[in-house]
Design a protein around this ligand. Structure first.
Ligand code: BDR
Ligand code: CA
Length: 311
């Protein structure tokens, strides 16, 4: 199995991504690192543990990381995810422990201990933990197999400002460090996640599964869909973060290009924008595989098949 660390700020769509990874025998989740994002760190680390328990995997080590962006105050997204970050179904407090080690130490230690080229990082939130690890231990960068992240937008532009996607906007300095690091980078931006919509027919399939995970996915979709229906008039909500795991499981469902992507950190209106050179009009070297398209039905078939395997 492909070995991954999930860095996350759950978030209903993060939660679905975690369930998808834990339901997939072709992936081995070495650990989950929480970061402040959709809601503060105290909630994201708690939510990550709740999701592991829903998947029947209290053995997964969960670590708390950075509680604020590198150089700015935290911006959160309760308007999308609710007060707890996982609003929707009633959820019990987690029983499994939070690990003592800091998430950034776990990332560094793991990458130094494991054979080079065998571990992939999957960031699903602001890139604070990843940038902190890269800054403190640049020796881990060439040891990574890949970084496959959800963040950014180009043709679909922004969801938190007119120009910026939430994960990049919250910590643009961190994003700039990751995008300039030279690590093999795969980016799943809004351009692709806005094509992976939780339509009523797709949600019905989760509801019909009869397992706890399927019910949770349906109820989370019911909750965060309301925001998107009102705001964008779509018939469902984009399932952003599961696209990262979907790409790892079957990259053939996705289409993108190797291009240059720069992070705007000091724009007057555009801070946090991912300036993606899709048409290759600059002479800047490609630094990312920027995904733009997905076979949404194929992706939901994969997701449904895997979530149904959970107890
Ligand atoms: C991203 O922001 C968060 O609200 C979601 O969990 C996703 O990671 C989408 O812009
Ligand atoms: Ca997220």
């Amino acid at each position: 199995p492909r070995r991954i660390i999930i860095d996350t700020d759950p978030g209903q769509d993060d939660a679905v991504a975690i369930l998808l990874a834990l339901a997939s025998p072709d992936l081995e989740v070495l650990g989950i690192t929480a970061v402040a994002g959709n809601v503060p760190l105290a909630l994201t680390q708690r939510n990550a543990r709740i999701v592991c328990e829903i998947a029947g995997r209290p053995d997964i080590p969960v670590f708390a990381g950075c509680d604020a962006p590198l150089a700015r105050p935290l911006v959160t997204a309760e308007h999308v995810h609710g007060k707890t970050g996982l609003d929707g179904p009633a959820l019990p407090d987690p029983v499994m422990p939070l690990q003592d080690r800091h998430a950034v130490d776990f990332i560094i230690d793991t990458l130094r201990a494991e054979p080079a080229g065998t571990v992939t990082l999957c960031p699903l939130g602001p890139l604070t933990n990843i940038a902190a690890a890269f800054r403190r231990a640049p020796d881990i960068i060439p040891r990574l197999q890949q970084v496959v992240l959800m963040g950014g937008a180009y043709f679909e532009v922004g969801n938190i400002t007119p120009a910026a996607e939430f994960n990049i906007f919250v910590d643009p300095e961190a994003a700039a460090i990751v995008f300039a690091s030279g690590v093999p980078l795969v980016v799943l931006p809004l351009d692709v996640t806005h094509k992976a919509l939780t339509t009523p027919a797709r949600v019905a399939r989760f509801r019909a599964m009869g397992n706890r995970a399927g019910t949770m996915v349906a109820e989370w979709a019911d909750f965060f869909e309301r925001h998107d229906r009102e705001k964008y008039g779509t018939e469902g909500a984009p399932l952003h973060d599961p696209c990262v795991i979907g790409w790892l499981l079957n990259a053939d469902l996705f289409l993108g290009r190797h291009i240059n992507v720069e992070i705007e950190t000091e724009g007057r209106f555009t801070t946090g924008m991912t300036v993606a050179d899709w048409w290759r009009v600059s002479d800047r070297a490609p630094n990312a595989l920027f995904i733009r398209d997905v076979d949404a039905d194929g992706f939901f078939d994969l997701l449904t098949d895997r979530i149904a395997r959970l107890a």
